[in-house]
Each structure stands twice: as structure tokens, then as C-alpha cells.
Design a protein around this ligand. Sequence first.
Ligand code: XMP
Length: 519
Amino acid sequence: MQHDTIIVLDYGSQYSQLITRRVRDANVYCELLPWDTPAAEALALNPRGIILSGGPNSVYDPGAPTLPDYVVASGLPVLGICYGMQLLSHTLGGRVAGSTEHEYGPAGLVIDDPGSPLFAGWEAPDGRAAQVWMSHGDKVQALPPGFHAVAHSGNSPFAAAADPTRDYYAVQFHPEVAHTPQGRLLLSNFVHRICGCAPDWTPANFIDEQTAAIREQVGDGRVVLGLSGGLDSAVAAALIHRAVGDQLTCIFVDTGMMRAGEPLNIVRSFQQEQGIRLIAVNAIEEYLAALAGVVDPEQKRRVIGEKFVRIFEREARALGRVEFLAQGTIYPDIIESAGKGRGEARVIKTHHNVGGLPADMDFKLVEPLRALFKDEVRRLGIALGLPDSIIWRQPFPGPGLAVRCLGEITWERLERLRRADAIFIEELGRAELLREGTQQAFAVLLPVKSVGVMGDFRTYKEVIALRAVTTEDFMTADWARLPYDVLAEASRRIVNEVEGVNRVVFDITSKPPGTIEWE
Ligand code: XMP
């Protein structure tokens, strides 16, 4: 099925991915392309409309990104956002005023043309201006021929403009961010009312199409997939299983570095509940032996990555002839690697750890989630009936507890960490802070001992650090302002219940300068 498609040309705004996600939230398929994508490649997607993103440039900068000729020549509806608006205006004969000052923050938007389809359904509460989010330096000073003002703000006489005969629309503010509360409606108006796209990008449609596509690709061949316990590989497995059933075999390697209860949970969910063929490899001793004496964080990662590849290879070979390797690669992985050099061969996602397979294991890749953002993967997982423990699992690093067990890794120290972590997570869950209050929370075992007193005895034991962060994208993060009583209860229980720990500290470092993990 060919979906009605919108393309977003990326001019470098930090919000470009967000525009794409918002369009998809309106159930319309959307792709993000670098602004200089060759015309043939962009038009091959058969778009029904084009959105020009914001970006850091001024249209007057030497070498500033330009509007590709095909955008106007195609006759398609266009929505320019911020830099996209300035670029559209500049190219079509308007005038942009350069400015060294940056307008950043909320602004009140007054709609001058209430009949414009762009603002259909917008409400201005109590007759006041509607809130929008501005982040720009330059602004449009004179509109191109054919355009008229649709809305203004205190600082921008042309906060929104349109040439409805050509279906050209432009906004100075950012409809894609949450600080523009009615921005989703604006984007939905553009794609549905103006471009005429059908709302057919839904999990149910996706499941039907992908199961058909997987069947066609795989035929009667066999597929192997490495389950990590994370959302992406779990959803890929469930989808492929729905398509080809027992032709899929999953390999799950228990490294001993997972959190309390996780290995069992994975085996139960996939093997017993979903009936997926699953090979669960207990590799704990192998990992402990390989990690003995290793304290350097990067060395830990290397050892764990290499070990995974060797075990995966061994188990996959034991299956006999398998042509296909399935992976939970998702859209952001593809956008990121495309950004690093278009046309280059894409590297297999390294945290799936199968990038180092020997050349004679030349699998063909099955990547059914390549087009999806994380929140779409989650919605798909829900539609496929995966359990909450997988759907809402917080991100967990590939090397697992190895990078949270600072210093030397021994089974005893891993167990100590696992118990402390489980208590912390349990207390956060009890306080209903796991989904909203923090996006990632965990315990870290420090390689230092401190003195304490328990009863009448002096103790000399290890320290647990608790880490909890709030973040949107994990690129930056702040430490979560957890309630004191939750911290107090977690601390009390850890010191009382976890052998070998007599002190608990809470990490109050944001990222940057810290990272989320300690190693
Ligand atoms: P940092 O510590 O870099 O973490 O602020 C950002 C996010 O990435 C996760 N992370 C990893 N994920 N392999 C992974 O698959 C790794 O080696 C790794 N290191 C960090 C981390 O948990 C956080 O969500």
C-alpha cells in the first residue's frame, strides 16, 4: 500500500525530527530528508506536500542552504517553518530582515485570517492571543507576491502567511514543539485539509503491511534475531513471528549483567506466552571469566560486545542454514547514520552487538521497524499485545550492569547491585514515579568503602549511588527532583536489606557535564 506521504526537508533545526513525528501522530506517513536530497530521490516518495524545517542559518549567510527547484516546480503544497518561512519568502520575491537579535520564548498569536485552513479549529482562549513558541533571529519584512498575512504577534507582523492559490503556507513560530499548544492541530490541518492526505498511517495498517512484506522477503527461509530485552528487538520479534511463525528463532544471551528478574521475564514472555522459538543461552560464567580483572569502562564494553558476537555466531551456526538476520533498527538510527555521509553503507547498529559477525555469515537483513520512531514502536508493541514490562522498560545500556558496577566485576558485587537496584525501582514504582517522574533510574555500585555504624558495630562496606534523570532525548538530562521520603525509604531499605552496603548517595549531576551512566 502506497501511503500518502509528506516530506520534511531538514535545514538543521533541532526540531526537525519532531516535525516528522508530529505529522505521523496525525496518522500520515512522513519522512525527514536532508534539504539537499537529490530531486529524483525526494520525488520518488511521491509526496503530497513538503514541509521546510527551521535551521540555524540566515538566508543571507554565504553558502546558506537554498530551496531546491523541485519544491516550487512540483506544484505541491508547501509549509515553511521559521527558516523554512524565510527561505520560501526570500526565494519567491519577499524580503527578509536580517537581525543579530534572537527572539526566543512564548509569544501571543493573533489570527488575522480566521478563514485560513491552517488555523481551522484553533481557539484563542477568552479572546486573547493563542500561545506559540518563537525561536528566530531574522524575520520576514515583506511578503512575496500572492501572499497575505494570516496571523501576527507582537514582534512579527507576519507570524503566519499564506498564498492559498498555490497552497503555500509559512509560519515564523514552531508548531512542532509542546510550547505551541495548538501546533499539532496546525500540522494536522496542513497535511489533511491542505495536502489532502488520508489518515492511514496506523499501527493496525502497519502490522498488516509489514507481515505481508516480511512474508514476501523471507519466503520459506529462516530468520534469526538477537533479543536484548529492549523494546525494539522485542517488537521486531513479535512482528516477524506474526508473519512467519516458527521460521523465526530468537537467541537470548543471559550475560549475567541484566537486572533482577529480567532473564526469566524474557524467556517467559517470548517462549511461553508468545510461543516464539527461543534459544536462551546461559553465558554467565563465560562473561564473568572474560571480565575478570577488567576495570576500564571501554574495555568492559569491548569484552562484552566481542563475547556477544562469538556466542551469537556459535548459536546461529548450530541452527544450520539461516539466510536472514532480523534487527530492531529504528528510524532515528537510519537518520543518524545517513547524516554522517549520505550513500555510505550503513553500519549495523552496534548496540545490537552483531556488527562483528564473520564474513562467511552473510545474512540478508530483515528490519521491519526501519521506518518507525520510538513512540511508534511502542504503539506497535501495544497493538501486538506485548506486556507492559517490555513496552515501558526504561532504556538499559547494552553492556548492562557491567557499566554500573564500577571497578571489578564479580558475581557477588553484581548481585549486590541488582538487589539495590530492584529496591530503588520498587520504591519509585510504589510512588508512581517510574513513567512520569523520571525517564531513567538505577543504582550504581561504587568501588569504595566507607565507615558506618550498625547496632553497636563499626562497619566498613561499599557505597550505592542512586541515579534518576529527567530527559526528552537522553542527549541532555537533568537529575530528577525525587521526593525526599522516596529517597529516604530507598536508602533505608538498601542499607538494611543489601549485604555489603552501608551508605547510599544520590547523584545530583545534570548531563552535561555528567553523563547519565557512570561509565
Ligand atoms: P550516557 O551515559 O552517554 O547515556 O549519558 C545516554 C543513554 O545511552 C545509554 N547508554 C548505552 N546504551 N550501549 C547502549 O546500548 C552503551 O554502551 C551505552 N552507554 C550508555 C544510557 O543508558 C542512556 O540511556
